[in-house]
Design a protein. Structure first.
Length: 129
């Protein structure tokens, strides 16, 4: 028999709450990815959803297996640690690459005598070219 199926009621409720919370936070991040307008806004929401959503789901896993096994099961924390460290680093790399790309495009317009783009010009809304 699966030891997780025999969790006490208090642990099952806590684990269920944390899993639903983590899934909800991840869903909110995914919706933010679709709904937000610019690239810099879009990269912010999924990273928060990923970090906090993963934290809640990993916490649920630690609690479930610690109660089921009767001993501390902490190796899942490495998953959470890895996601928590790598997600912001990826965010910074993507943001720097986009800022560099936008800065290089701005320099190219100045060199061509076109000056700065008008205020409110969204690089994401322009056709490629």
């Amino acid at each position: 028999m699966n030891p997780v199926a025999d969790l006490p009621l208090w642990a099952a409720i806590l684990v269920a709450f944390l899993v639903v919370l983590g899934a909800g936070l991840t869903l909110i991040g995914s919706i933010g990815l679709v709904r937000l307008g610019t690239f810099f806004e879009r990269i912010h929401a999924p990273t928060l959803g990923t970090s906090w959503g993963t934290g809640a789901i990993v916490s649920a896993s630690v609690i479930a297996f610690t109660v089921a096994e009767g001993r501390p099961v902490l190796h899942e924390l490495f998953i959470g640690l890895f996601v928590t460290i790598t997600t912001p680093v990826t965010l910074m790399l993507l943001a720097r690459a986009a800022a560099y790309r936008d800065g290089a495009a701005s320099l190219g317009r100045r060199a061509a005598g076109q000056g700065e783009p008008p205020a409110g010009d969204d690089p994401e809304a322009r056709p490629p070219g």
